[in-house]
Design a protein around this ligand. Structure first.
Ligand SMILES: [Zn+2]
Length: 412
């Protein structure tokens, strides 16, 4: 292990003259925390001072506060060469936790993650939730959250909050406007999702709501809370019964004016195509969503993507269905590349096992439809398996802690 001396540079707006003392301290805490969390290796106080432009003594004082507050942790000092030994700093383990929750048409899930990115507890329960009653489903989610928190008792100290992933449109107040595949309309989950009561005197953990694809994409953009993964610029598409998508640029989801961007599943493939759950016709989801896929392949709706891969190994309806889905997906993604100039496409959910079978048609459509194709090397890669929206939801909560740590320190 090494202690890096090249902490990445972050904006130091904290140095702006005229900022009040309290907010100056808050901003400096935020800068120090973000530098320590973003570093790919454990980082020293000296490296944070160099990366932030703050003095060594200021950084030491702020780091002490973050150590006391359970946001940072010290590893054993490293003695290398002459001079004082460097004490490596890392995100704290087993202190502040974030809870990811998800309602998908085919399962309910909960995953508790700490500031180091470690999963403390998780549970995913298969379910059939198409055209479901939101009150009943949200009560089940609340029970699941309670189970996860109780089963992990002693492995964390503070619950920073929870985020619920849903496959549909969510407004800035956390209202689920529409989820075609759950059949929900204008639902306010936070009113229904009561997390277990905290000790007397503490405020209950806040429950936020986000779009499933946005949160799943966040799990691909971050290796751990506050730590970017790869280039951080890609388009993520996931498929279950529905098909969702999100554009991530420099690690940040690009959600559009109202937070509703990326609905690639409801972009047009064929105006004369089959009717869609959204009320339109010929949407990508009707070619590449799970039910559409399996029906066209002549398989039962309980068949898995792996069953489809096996069936498509020989000529017949399953291979035709995969080819049709690959062409539809390639057409939609060519539009995405033409609109966004993105060269990294990440395919998640049921597309992961199907990617080798889909790839020939996908690449053919991209090379014939993308204007810049001769000069653009578009990568198509499989996403993370294992319900990434649950991880992303927890990371979204913890990302807010990293960005504004002062709220979580003693005496805040
Ligand atoms: Zn549609």
């Amino acid at each position: 292990m090494t202690v890096t001396d090249d902490a990445q540079s972050v904006p130091t707006g904290s140095l702006t003259p005229g900022v009040g003392q309290a907010s100056l301290r808050d901003q400096n805490l935020s800068v120090v925390t973000m530098l320590a969390y973003a570093a790919p290796e454990p980082v020293s106080r000296a490296a944070i001072a160099a990366g932030s432009g703050l003095t060594r003594s200021t950084v030491s004082r702020l780091v002490d506060e973050l150590l006391a507050g359970g946001l940072l942790e010290e590893l054993a000092p490293l003695i290398a060469g002459r001079g004082r030994p460097a004490t490596p700093l890392v995100p704290a383990r087993g202190t502040i936790a974030g809870l990811g929750l998800e309602v998908s048409p085919s399962y309910l899930g909960a995953r508790l993650v700490d500031l180091s990115g470690a999963v403390l507890a998780e549970r995913v329960v298969p379910a059939h939730l198409e055209a479901s009653d939101p009150d009943i489903v949200l009560d089940r989610v609340a029970d699941l959250a309670g189970e996860i928190l109780a089963s992990s008792d002693g492995r964390w100290t503070v619950l920073a909050g929870a985020r619920l992933a849903v496959p549909g449109l969510v407004d800035s107040d956390g209202r689920v406007l529409r989820t075609p595949n759950l059949g929900w309309r204008e639902v306010m989950p936070a009113e229904r999702l009561q997390l277990p009561a905290p000790p007397a005197g503490e405020a209950p953990a806040a429950v936020g709501v986000g779009n499933e694809a946005d949160l799943a994409a966040l799990a691909h953009a971050l290796e751990a809370p506050g730590r970017p993964a790869g280039s951080g610029t890609f388009f993520y598409v996931s498929a279950d019964i529905g098909v969702g998508g999100t554009s991530i640029v420099d690690g940040v989801p690009v959600r559009g004016r109202h937070g509703w961007a990326g609905e690639v599943g409801h972009t047009l493939v064929d105006p004369a195509g089959p009717p869609c759950t959204c009320g339109a016709a010929g949407c990508l989801e009707q070619y590449a969503g799970r039910d559409a896929f399996l029906s066209a392949a002549g398989l039962g709706l309980d068949a898995t993507a792996e069953d489809l891969v096996t069936a498509a190994a020989v000529p017949g309806p399953a291979r035709d269905a995969v080819d049709r889905a690959g062409r539809a997906l390639g057409t939609a993604l060519a539009n995405v590349v033409n609109l966004l100039d993105v060269d990294d496409l990440v395919l998640g959910g049921q597309f992961i096992p199907l990617l080798p079978a889909l790839r020939p048609a996908l690449e053919e459509e991209l090379s014939s439809r993308v204007l810049a194709a001769p000069w653009l090397d578009v990568t198509i890669r499989p996403g993370l398996s294992g319900e990434p929206a649950l991880t992303g939801a927890a990371l979204a909560v913890l990302g807010e802690v990293v960005a504004a740590p002062s709220r979580w320190l003693p005496g805040a």
